[in-house]
Write a protein that binds this ligand. Sequence first.
Ligand code: PSU
Ligand code: MN
Length: 309
Amino acid sequence: MNDRYFTVSAEVSDAIERNFPIVALESTIISHGMPYPQNVETALAVERIVRDKGCIPATVAVIDGVLTVGCDGKQIESLGKKGPAVAKVSRRDLPIVAARRAMGATTVAGTMYACKLAGISVFATGGIGGAHRNSAQTMDISADLDELQQSDVTVVCAGAKSILDIGLTLECLETRGVPVIGYRTDEMPAFYTRTSGYGVDCRMDSAREIARAIEAHKQLRLGGGILIVNPIPEEYAMDREYIDANINAAIAEADALGIGGKQLTPFLLDKIRMLTQGKSLDANIQLVYNNVSLACDIAKELCDLRSAL
Ligand code: PSU
Ligand code: MN
């Protein structure tokens, strides 16, 4: 699987061939979601967690125009060091960075598409994009939601941040036929907090049960993805009122500065980090580790199920 615009590392393609568990990882979180050097430290720590759990990590990014599944440490370092100078790449941006032979950090949508090309079933991240709070007027609804409708990948995340309209995001997912499964929770988690006041589509309490649902989804040829929402561990969760006040302040500033489009999510994340003196970043890092660990359990169960078929 190597061509002009797409490549899969030798280690990852070998794992795919052998039905070995793989967990894909995105790179917008590296270049646009966290500051340097915590972004690189986190990305490398995440790869270590995946290996320690007996799986193969596949960090996805566009490297000099090539959509790459399975970036190496040097490439991750470069994505983190260049930060926002690297293009944020969702589905529609892929042909542009490819033709320009540029670097690109893939969003959840961009990474899902790469997983689909490579044949990878499980992908872990922090949070997905969704319907922004005033999206009834602005139509700012992340392409992540449409990608969940199109690409057959299970995405493990910590829910949707309340920079988004969580209720509307869930409605969009329902319309698109995307199952939203709460891992050991009945509620949609809100990233920094374990609850949001909104229910999930269904609750499952084990990785095995989730793997069975993924396999049934595949065999029914439904197409599209499944969203697993995994609440931040209790000990790292933030106080709801504290984080909501800071999120509201960040949104008010974005409005005042007229920030929108693809800049909006990175702007809000960075502003919230500054307003909370880095506490939101600590929580963000911990929830990513937690999601990666669950994704590994799901990937392993899925491989077991598939090899038993
Ligand atoms: N939420 C986070 N951290 C992130 C993102 C979302 O907590 O880094 C990134 C993901 O890559 C996601 C993207 O796919 O932002 C969504 O951006 P937009 O809303 O512009 O589609
Ligand atoms: Mn958007």
